[in-house]
Design a protein around this ligand. Structure first.
Ligand code: R5P
Length: 288
């Protein structure tokens, strides 16, 4: 297998990546790649640059291989899988089609934004295997919570919105979105920042819950999870853990989350100080 330098925390790399003085990337596969068909490479941080590094890797590999397999822990640009405003680029389609054109036949990834609960899909002749990490994250967070609470106390697992309700949760908040509205210049999508907490409140009251785990696929700005964390506190949760597969924590969002939560747990699909669940342990036929 070919391991990118940006995955050196997982396995010993055999792809060297350096920067030219003008910022362009130099890529070199430093082992014999004539019989290799699988590449492990992260697309975060510096998504656009990392994608171009990947294109250089698979362009090189395609000298020998017609069927390339990629392990991409966090599939960047997966957020936009449909067009909302006329003329918008569909970034998820763009990246899959670009990879397909370099002989990629399979992508193994984790909690992919445009696949949510589905576990695999074929797009533009590329098979996408989407591995869910929610069970592993919840298990890990439960063990940590049990070290600060009694083992007998129930822990409620909550999603901050319906979109994340597939993540083995007991209940979820309902995010109320606004409608498409026409502004003077353009069409804009307005999101009304309010959460309906009736389902969560009912569970907490009925079962007298004071411990909870909030889980989402990704934390970016933290807006979604912070809103949900605040509500959990208002609903009487004393010990709160926050989990996600991909933790970006933009603009110190983690510090704000920790005002409400005892701790944060993420996987290492994106490296951050809370990366405690190793995606590598959950690959099919692990250690390919
Ligand atoms: C939404 O579909 C996702 O599951 C996340 O809830 C969202 O992208 C998180 O973004 P932020 O942290 O910026 O609220």
């Amino acid at each position: 297998m070919l391991i990118s330098q940006n995955c050196s925390d997982v396995l010993k790399p055999n792809i060297e990546i350096k920067q030219f003085p003008d910022g362009e990337s130099y890529v070199r596969i430093v082992s014999d790649y004539s019989n290799e068909d699988t590449v492990l490479h992260r697309l975060y941080p510096n998504q656009s640059k990392s994608i171009f590094e990947l294109l250089q890797i698979i362009d090189t590999l395609s000298e020998y291989q017609n069927e390339i397999v990629l392990i991409i822990p966090y599939l960047a640009y997966a957020r936009q899988e449909r067009r909302v405003i006329d003329g918008e680029a569909i970034s998820a389609r763009a990246i899959i089609r670009a990879l397909a054109s370099f002989n990629v036949k399979k992508i193994i990834t984790f909690d992919c934004h445009f696949m949510k609960e589905s576990k695999n899909k074929t797009l533009y002749d590329v098979e996408i295997i989407n591995i869910h990490l929610s069970q592993a994250l919840i298990q890990h967070a439960k063990e940590k919570l049990h070290s600060i609470t009694s083992k007998k106390e129930k822990i409620l697992v909550i999603a901050p919105d319906k979109g994340a309700s597939y993540m083995n949760v007991d209940t979820y908040f309902i995010k109320e979105r606004g409608e498409y509205v026409n502004t003077k210049s353009d069409k804009t999508y307005r999101v009304i920042k309010s959460l309906d907490y009736s389902l969560v409140e009912e569970k907490i009251k009925k079962e007298n819950i004071s411990n909870a785990i909030l889980i989402d696929d990704i934390i970016a700005s933290g807006t979604t999870i912070i809103e949900a964390a605040k509500l959990c506190k208002e609903l009487g949760i004393k010990n709160l853990a926050v989990c996600c597969t991909h933790g970006q924590f933009l603009n110190n969002a983690d510090k704000k989350i920790l005002e409400y939560a005892k701790f944060i747990v993420t996987s290492n699909t994106i490296l951050n100080p809370y990366s405690e669940v190793n995606f590598w342990d959950y690959l099919p036929n692990a250690k390919i």
